[in-house]
Design a protein around this ligand. Structure first.
Ligand code: BMA
Length: 334
């Protein structure tokens, strides 16, 4: 199933810290931005005090996990070598009293002009209440010190796994998101439209949703759903997309794809098999077992670094030469 394309660090690179109350229970799913030698990380963090319970999926009968008292914040850490991170002691984004009152989750970082754009999931109902009210939220920062929450920028239907391309494409802002089970692409004319999308933008997108699909589940290991991970990485061959895929048994794995640089709706190549699967103990056993959830990546020289949530409890890191990743993809179909 797995290949040795990616080399993991010896163990998790960030774990919950009992002395930091808001991050004492779990830290996972890190968004990453690399600039001027610094790796900036934003991650999902949960305080201790939550409890797990078993849930059975009513259709598939697969055993799932539910949680009580499980409200996430987003923390910040930074690193000079990409693997040893220093924490900021207070959370970077906290849930408010509005549509994000049940938690802020899964941040991805992009940058247009001089502004960092942070897309994340906001919960307007308790996690694991069905149907969960989830929204796409946006926040901006210039310096990873202060942050401005802009609220809900998403459609009037549940959507998550949202990431903005790190430059304009054809003069517009391009964003991937996921309405189950596919990955879709939407464009905004400019930052103002992204910050405060007029109703018609999502209305038009939803009415032509099938035409906006970039990737659909294709393989058994992707059967339930797929979702974009890190900010797309620009390479000579195309936009490198690192995504997660969930199978019928609720196992999360990692896949790769290449999208056309000028028209990212065109898939140039895509993994046939997963490039990472839960293998180590900390990926197989945690708050949600059998999860590798990539959400951040950097290209430093010729090395591609991937940062991922492991079993919804800790943060893992793996790397591979970009040339090997592109060679691997050139042997795959789409
Ligand atoms: C997704 C999100 C992620 C989580 C994953 C696996 O739906 O909630 O934050 O890591 O499920 O539980």
């Amino acid at each position: 199933m797995t290949t040795s394309l990616f080399q993991r660090s010896a163990g998790p690179i960030l774990v919950p810290d009992i002395s930091i109350p808001w991050a004492s229970g779990a830290v996972f799913n890190p968004g990453i931005w690399f600039e001027n030698g610094i790796t900036h990380m934003l991650f999902r963090a949960i305080p201790t005090g939550y409890s797990r319970f078993d849930l059975v999926d009513p259709t598939s009968k697969v055993q799932l996990t539910g949680f009580d008292n499980y409200v996430s914040s987003i923390g910040y850490a930074s690193s000079r070598d990409g693997v040893h991170f220093d924490w900021r002691l207070d959370p970077f984004i906290t849930p408010g009293s509005g549509q994000d009152r049940y938690g802020v989750e899964d941040p991805r970082i992009s940058k247009i002009d001089d502004t960092f754009l942070i897309t994340y999931t906001a919960l307007d109902s308790p996690a694991y209440e069905v149907p969960t009210k989830i929204l796409i939220a946006l926040a901006t920062t210039e310096d990873f010190s202060t942050v401005k929450k802009l609220g809900n920028i998403g459609p009037p239907v549940p959507s998550k796994d949202t990431v903005i391309f790190p430059r304009r494409i054809g003069g517009r802002i391009a964003m991937l998101h996921r309405i189950v089970p596919n990955i879709q692409l939407i464009y905004f004319d400019d930052l103002e439209q992204l910050y405060n999308p007029p109703e018609r933008v999502w209305k038009e997108h939803l009415s032509a949703l099938e035409d906006c699909v970039v990737m659909r589940p294709q393989q058994d290991w992707e059967s339930k759903k797929i979702g974009a991970g890190p900010t797309p990485i620009e390479t000579d061959e195309g936009w490198l997309i690192i995504y997660h895929a969930v199978d019928d048994q609720h196992v999360y794995r990692v896949g790769l794809a290449l999208l056309d640089l000028d028209d990212p709706k065109k898939v140039i190549a895509r993994s046939v098999g997963p490039v990472m699967s839960p293998e180590t103990n900390y990926e197989r056993v945690g708050d949600v077992n059998n999860v590798v959830f990539p959400q951040g990546a950097t290209l430093v020289g010729d090395t591609l670094h991937i940062y991922y949530g492991a079993a919804d409890l800790v943060i893992g890191h793996a790397s591979a030469p970009l040339s090997s990743v592109l060679d691997h993809l050139s042997g795959q179909s789409n």
